[in-house]
Design a protein around this ligand. Sequence first.
Ligand SMILES: *Cc1c(COP(=O)(O)O)cnc(C)c1O
Length: 432
Amino acid sequence: MTSRQKSHAAFARAKQLIPGGVNSPARAFGAVGGEPIFFDRAEGAYLYDLDANRYIDYIGSWGPMILGHGHPKVVEALQAAIGKGTSFGAPTEAESQLAELVVEAMPSVEKVRFVNSGTEATMSAIRLARGYTGREMIVKFAGNYHGHADSLLVAAGSSAATLGVPNSPGVTAGTAKDTLVLKYNDPAALEAALAQHGKRIAGVIVEPVVGNMGCVTASTAFRTALRELTARYGALLIFDEVMTGFRVAYGGAQAVFGMTPDLTTLGKIIGGGLPVGAYGGRADIMDHVLPAGKVFQAGTLSGNPLAMAAGIATLRVLRDENPYPQLQRLSAGLAEGLESAARSAGIPCTVGQFNSMMTLFFNPEPVTDWDVASRSDTKRYARYFWGMIERGVYLPCSQYEALFVSAAHTDADIDATVAAARAVLAGLKESM
Ligand SMILES: *Cc1c(COP(=O)(O)O)cnc(C)c1O
């Protein structure tokens, strides 16, 4: 077995100082068991842990690193920015430059406000939807993740159209009851909920391609229902493109689907690996945000010059080099390779893939919603995960997270990954 002695020691120390030893639970390997790996550095498509083991990285910091690690243009932009000051708490031109790139990429976004994380973006977009409409309720979908704001940390109640219940201690029942949680890809459930509560619903927030229950795509019928029904009932349609923005296409999922949401939330890639989020949309809605309007939202480090520089450099490379066809080619090859590896091992599976987002579900059914996703064989996934780690492939530490291919991955990386998967999956069937 590969030595991870230094990671083990680092984790032991971290646990003394930080709850669970990590600053975000997705890093703790809770779903696959064992200890998290501590990293020293990253380069291109590779991660190097404290014990100098190398891994092909399919996490890309959970999405931001679409260009791979340490892209020269991003590093150069950061070096230039750092010499000029790391934070002013006052406006800079870089904020308008990044805003312009976002607005040009997404026609639905006429104005945009930068924040520091995806969580802040969705939280602020929800507040704006409520402030703009004067309504209180919001709709979300089971299996979609929108960060950890109270009103979005809500689970479905006992029947499909009942009011939400807190999904974490600390979220009050009062907050949760203003969030309806519906089944994803179910136009009838959305129609029924809006028919019942329509005039009270401020907004419907949705991942147009879900990464957070594994990779699941919104069906055409669901997408049509989202746009038509929100418009009919006067609720805002909020596309949470924190993951998909500049990932599934330069203009995000909305460009691929030809849709015009009222508000869009962004994060991850637009910070190029530094902490950034954003929310934007129609100018008449965005002008309700303080100081143009009355909906309060602020941030000491919002629009931070380093974060803006990394984001601008990343988006310019994506715009000018258009890696998306190449990402699609590599990802389709990986999807096919993983699926065939599982099938030749006699392991039931389906693959969800949308450009460079992908999940190998240990589940014989096509995964369209959380009910189906939750029937996946997570024990088998855990063994697959550790088998791949042993062979130098770093995958999501949960069946319910998408993997990401980056522009730094090569055909050789994909081939090596598929070969590793063949070996690991062949072993899994026999020992079941
Ligand atoms: C990651 C993510 C968030 C939360 O972003 P953070 O920066 O982690 O707060 C919100 N929505 C979606 C779709 C995400 O993938």
